[in-house]
Design a protein around this ligand. Structure first.
Ligand SMILES: [Zn+2]
Length: 365
């Protein structure tokens, strides 16, 4: 009796493993090992790369736009990594870094696939606007996952969500200080959305990208239908993601561009998409609390500290004057911390950011 039960148990176990293999095999040889990979109108064959434009068709109130993308489809199976530049069109370092990376990365030596969005926000890029689209006045990085029948920014977000984010396994949203922001490099680690496994993998992406200041962000939305941010659109869909910041003030400085290139290459090593051992940040500086200081008034801003400075609680960071030069408002550090960014150009409108201060965590994470 015992023997028969034992045999039956084994038979059952075997049939379970066969069923399990039968179910899991097709998933394991999914998109990444396909002969070709398609994003929007762009198809790259295995071991090749291809570039093209996703069309955002015209609507009642605008003429539409295009989103330039490239797909590098590696010779070997592996992860799909989405790299997004230019959600803010005046942030140039990541746009230039992707141009350089496209020529550096050899599809024949890659395991997996890279999808690059070269300029997410083409209207803002071509019209040189900070924060907001010149067409609908919206901040593209606050309207994800977008709408198929929305305003132009919403339709751009919709296309990027559908054609890029939903096809990727991992995402890096590459930013820098906007055209008016003087910024020290840092990344955002979303320590909240997507559940513990996604949160941990996102942290590893931040450590692999190599910027030693890492803002712990617990205020991103958890609802995938109202993800607002590009990277949160990924995490709320179960895909690890980070937002990175290097560069600013409308510049294309070599130091920032090289940082972004190194970051992407190192993340690709970490994800085993290219050969080589990844170098993780050895001693990360976690920012456990941060505050964006907004202006109470419209006027002309005078900064008194620089990006990266350490400031004590109460330190005068800068002031705003009216247009005749009379001081109308001051901003002070709300706690001891580091200046992550501060406005580097004079114009300021009421309620817009003047600076961001990060409090440095005392403990390892
Ligand atoms: Zn940005």
């Amino acid at each position: 009796m015992k023997n028969i039960a034992h045999q039956l148990f084994h038979l059952l176990l075997m049939s379970f493993s066969v069923i399990f293999l039968w179910i899991s095999l097709p998933a394991a040889i999914g998109a990444q090992t396909r002969a070709s990979f398609t994003s929007g109108p762009v198809t790259a064959e295995r071991g090749e790369r291809a570039s093209g434009m996703i069309a955002v068709p015209a609507a009642a109130n605008d003429d539409g736009t295009t989103i330039p993308i490239s797909v590098i489809h590696g010779s070997h199976p592996g992860a799909v990594l989405a790299l997004i530049a230019g959600n803010h069109g005046y942030e140039y370092t990541s746009i230039i870094a992707l141009q350089r990376l496209l020529n550096q990365l050899d599809a024949k030596k890659i395991s997996g696939t890279v999808i690059m969005v070269h300029v997410a926000n083409m209207p803002s890029f071509l019209k040189r606007t900070i924060y907001y689209s010149p067409v609908d006045g919206k901040n593209l990085n606050r309207v994800y996952p977008g709408k198929s029948d929305g305003t132009l920014s919403e339709r751009i977000a919709y296309q990027i969500t559908k054609e890029v984010i939903e096809r990727a396994d991992y995402l890096i949203d590459l930013h820098c200080g906007d055209g008016n922001e003087s910024l020290r490099p840092y990344s955002y680690w979303d320590a909240y959305t997507g559940g513990p496994a996604v949160v941990e993998k996102s942290k590893q992406l931040a450590l692999a990208f190599g910027l030693d200041h890492i803002v712990i962000d617990r205020e991103r939305p958890a609802d995938p239908a109202k993800s607002l941010y590009c990277s949160t659109t990924a995490t709320t869909r179960g895909k690890p993601a980070i937002t990175t910041e290097a560069g600013g003030l409308g510049m294309t400085d070599e130091d920032s561009i090289a940082r972004i290139e190194r970051g992407v290459i190192n993340v690709m090593r970490h994800l085993k998409m290219i050969d080589g051992a990844p170098q993780m940040v050895e001693h990360p500086i976690f920012i456990d609390r941060n505050q964006v200081l907004r202006s109470e008034v419209t006027g002309i801003f005078y900064p008194l500290v620089e990006r990266g400075h350490s400031v004590a609680k109460g330190t005068l960071l800068g002031y705003v004057t009216d247009f005749a030069g009379k001081k109308s408002s001051e901003i002070r550090a709300p706690f001891n911390g580091a200046v992550l960014y501060i406005l580097g150009t004079p114009p300021v409108s009421k309620d817009e950011p003047l600076a961001m201060i990060g409090h440095i965590s005392e403990t390892e994470r």
